[in-house]
Design a protein around this ligand. Sequence first.
Ligand code: SAM
Length: 289
Amino acid sequence: MGKTSKDKRDIYYRLAKEEGWRARSAFKLLQINEEYNIFNGVLRAVDLCAAPGSWSQVLTKKLKENASNVDDVKIVAVDLQAMAALPGVKQIQGDITKVSTAHEIIKEFEGSQADLVVCDGAPDVTGLHDIDEYVQSQLLLAALNITTHVLKNGGVFVAKIFRGKDVTLLYSQLKQFFELVTVSKPRSSRNSSIEAFVICQNYAPPAGFIPTMINPLLDHKYCDFNQLTGPNRFIVPFNVCGDLSAYDSDTSYSLLLEGQSKYEYKDPVQGPINPPYKDILEKTKNIQI
Ligand code: SAM
């Protein structure tokens, strides 16, 4: 397979390099914003599971556009992996499911709460859906716990979810904390992936709610959550976001797009700086098969 085949197969991968985004995920956040205007008035934001940093790049651009004084902009980015520096973004390397990392983030927002928390967290997918959904839900729960400590009332939380069979319970739980909960699939997210994003607007925790780092929501005995009835069952609106004329993420496109006369291969904007597979690449570099 040639160097250009991924550019043909994955239009958003290619556009990310051309437009200077570190990852194709940038388009997911941009398309969510087209639909929900999530950056409106936002000056302080947390980017959970941020590496390699394309959402932080989007946040930097959008929040600076909002600010009359760029010193008012505050962005905290957190990831297990090291992430190359981004001007104006405070980075924390850590596991968001660990209380110690959560405390570091919370400390950053003491005195000035965040307007927006985003989380694009994804575990290394095993292909075993039950396990993948479980680990993903742990990430989401950690993100929500942190959010309840740092988000201002009325603030917005956007997070990746896997739409598995117990997703109804998840919506009901989020609805306890936010007035408006929607689930959205940006056009840049592949149809073949079960990922979607919850857009939780207008943070309004239940009266008397005291944020903790304990998992307050998932301590239920297992049952079929799709059977929930009455106020426990909340059906969220689902929509696809991104302009209808936007590229389809599952389609291969010619290297010459409409209106272009020349194609030039571009390297990714920012490669991983210390990926977990680096060691093995080093060790196998000179092995002849
Ligand atoms: N939004 C990012 C961007 O635009 O560049 C891409 C995020 S990537 C899809 C998912 C990230 O989740 C990975 O960088 C991974 O290291 C991070 N992650 C997974 N589990 C984590 C955890 N427990 N704590 C912190 N980060 C985690």
